[in-house]
Design a protein around this ligand. Structure first.
Ligand code: NAP
Length: 229
């Protein structure tokens, strides 16, 4: 179980896996800051506030809005994050063709996510765990089937960027992790996926907690198994 005082920030927590992680960490007694893009309310995260005993704060952030992310850092300046999980991502399936799918996935999944990592990492607590939501499809070593090339490429690029960031911060007192949540029944994963959100998020939360106090960069799935880069 998480320590009651654990401070967890989840970027992209309105629905799907981000919402599942917020739910799981609240269940474990943590304090959670979750971000959504739509401040007006109505998201799954907003629906959690009433049952969260004051341990859930909702912030607004779009990972592609650099000024908005810098403003978020200012609002959180006094906080120290034990866990920072940048979960936001798109599959690009609704894009008009290959070029647009590439542009969208790279813009959100790589540029946007890494800008959040670089901007909010200054808020990390000693012995914390900084993570991004990657995908098994981002593994170059395991790609023998092809398919979903823009999305795969974006997650491979995200992994590469995270490793560069981790290498540049080799002396930082926190760990860095790219996590593959499995294939999960969300809006992105679709109804035919084998895993439910609860099972994946329990595993991802366990992995994040296991990385507290660690160092270096790892690519792990939701069961804690190492994935080849
Ligand atoms: N489901 C799977 O099988 C699976 C497998 C491997 C990896 N993943 C990864 O897991 C993460 C979550 O996926 P999911 O299945 O939960 O997808 P989802 O149900 O489509 O949810 C995506 C989440 O990302 C947020 N988001 C998208 N673009 C954003 C932006 N520009 N700024 C801020 N937030 C943004 C969405 O917010 P809005 O509600 O505002 O759109 C939503 O909260 C993604 O990174 C995905 O690539 C998923």
């Amino acid at each position: 179980m998480a320590r009651p005082e654990l401070m967890v920030a989840i970027v992209g927590a309105s629905r799907g896996l981000g919402l599942g992680l917020a739910t799981e960490f609240l269940r474990r007694g943590a304090r959670v800051i979750g971000t959504v893009r739509e401040p007006a309310g109505g998201s799954g995260l907003h629906a959690l506030v009433g049952s969260a005993d004051g341990r859930l704060e909702i912030e607004t952030a779009d990972v592609t809005d650099g000024e908005g992310i810098a403003a978020l850092r200012q609002r959180l300046a006094r906080r120290r994050l034990d866990v920072l999980m940048v979960n936001a991502g798109v599959a690009g399936g609704d894009a008009q063709g290959y070029e647009e799918a590439f542009f969208r996935t790279m813009t959100v999944n790589v540029l946007g996510v890494m800008n959040v990592v670089r901007t909010l990492s200054v808020l990390m607590a000693d012995n914390g765990a900084l993570a991004v939501m990657s995908s098994g499809l981002g593994s170059v070593g395991r790609n023998s089937s092809g398919g979903m090339e823009p999305y795969r490429s974006s997650k491979a690029a995200l992994n590469q960027s995270l490793r560069s960031f981790a290498a540049e911060h080799a002396d930082a007192p926190w760990s860095t992790t790219a996590i593959a949540p499995g294939w999960v029944r969300t809006d992105m994963g679709g109804p035919g996926a084998p895993l439910d959100v609860e099972t994946s998020c329990r595993g991802v939360a366990d992995v994040l907690e296991s990385r507290l106090g660690g160092r270096g960069c790892a690519f792990l799935d939701y069961r804690g198994e190492v994935i080849p880069w």
